[in-house]
Design a protein around this ligand. Structure first.
Ligand code: AHG
Ligand code: MN
Ligand code: MN
Length: 345
């Protein structure tokens, strides 16, 4: 592995390409350094100081683990002093205002999938880097298509950094002997063939008819309109699901559903859906709410949720088609039909 190009060399070359690029490169480098510390902490598992202990609730009402809070603190420490105008985190109610002259703004999910920590499954860090708008108060209300860079780190068997700087997707793996990230896969493309779907099927009775219809088509396999068989996977960790889709194709869904508080699904637009959508599109896939392209959306509030369907383009398009189907679409808004289940499709 020692012959593979290093992340810092890659960032150095990129930093000469535009006026924003030096700040973006510095932020990605700082997040990569933070992730090495976070990986060490997570790798210590139950030997770490109260790894799984809960400390309270974040601004979205989720249970906060000790590691959520520690990962957030490590990232903020590593990003301190960089030309960043505003920093938003899942773990902070409001963005933290930084360098008034800063050219970029950064949004982070310090630890994604943190309910998986106790069971020794892959978790991760997600980040999105935006240009500073004229009114810094609007920093996190930009469309997803404004992102300059996005990425995520997976803390699994390997610690991997998936990165887009707006020109394709590269995957770097942490070389533990030299303590740096090295390129493992360049110009990653999501395969056209989609043989796996990922959704929390326990929520089936709460889904809208277009989502139920899509999953039914997947389950019907060769005997249905999809005309091929699928496997199902659900890890409960967005970073792990998207890493798998970047590796061997597939589609991921966290749709809106009828449970209280899930009218816009579960995942947050600014620091989950936007960066993942940027990565997936840069790898040739698609990301949608089922009705609209994720990167066309701009958040109204920092922690707002959004229904999310992403991965292989053909399947995402199929989900969108089902949302346009007049019969299925009409039944979404007819409570007795769609949600109470008297007339299940
Ligand atoms: P986070 O730990 O940052 O709150 O995110 C967890 C997310 C995501 O990773 C995963 O896809 C989803 O929540 C799992 O939700 P369910 O618990 O509903 O399966
Ligand atoms: Mn998350
Ligand atoms: Mn999180």
């Amino acid at each position: 592995m020692t012959g593979q190009p290093r992340l810092d060399d890659h960032l150095q070359r990129y930093s000469e390409t535009s006026s924003h690029a030096p700040a973006v490169a510095a932020a990605v480098d700082a997040i990569a350094m933070a992730s090495i510390e976070i990986a060490d902490l997570i790798g210590t598992g139950e030997l770490a100081d109260a790894a799984g202990v809960t400390t309270g609730h974040n601004s979205d009402g989720d249970l906060q683990r000790n590691l959520d809070v520690q990962a957030d603190a490590i990232l903020r420490r590593c990003l301190a002093g960089l030309p960043i105008a505003a920093l938003a985190s899942e773990e902070m109610r409001e963005p933290q205002i930084g360098d008034r002259e800063g050219r970029i703004c950064v949004a982070i999910d310090p630890l994604d999938g943190s309910s998986n920590i106790d069971v020794n499954m892959t978790v991760g860090t997600i980040f999105s880097i935006l240009p500073t708008p004229d009114d810094p108060g609007l920093a996190f209300r930009q469309r997803g298509s404004s992102q300059l860079a996005a990425g995520f780190i997976t803390y699994g068997p390997q610690t991997s950094l998936v990165l887009t700087l707006g020109d394709g997707v590269d995957i770097f793996v942490l070389d533990r002997r030299s303590g740096c990230f090295r390129l493992a896969r360049g110009a990653v493309q999501i395969s056209e063939a989609c043989e796996e779907f990922a959704i929390n099927a326990a929520n089936r009775r709460h889904w809208d008819p277009p989502v139920r219809a899509f999953v039914d088509e997947c389950l019907a396999g060769v005997e249905g309109p999809a005309n091929h068989n699928f496997n199902m996977r659900w890890i409960g960790s967005l970073v792990a699901e998207i890493y798998r889709i970047l590796t061997r194709g597939g589609v991921f869904l966290y749709p809106s559903d009828a449970r209280p508080g899930y009218g816009d699904g579960r995942l947050r637009l600014t620091y989950e859906a936007h960066p993942m959508a940027f990565i997936v599109e840069q790898a040739g896939g698609s990301a949608s709410t089922g009705r609209e392209r994720i990167l066309d959306l701009a958040a109204q509030t920092l922690h707002q949720r959004v229904p999310l369907v992403m991965g292989s383009s053909n399947e995402v398009r199929r989900v969108e088609e089902l949302h346009c189907d007049p019969l299925l679409a009409a039944s979404v808004s007819a409570p007795l039909f769609a949600r109470r289940g008297f007339f299940r499709l």
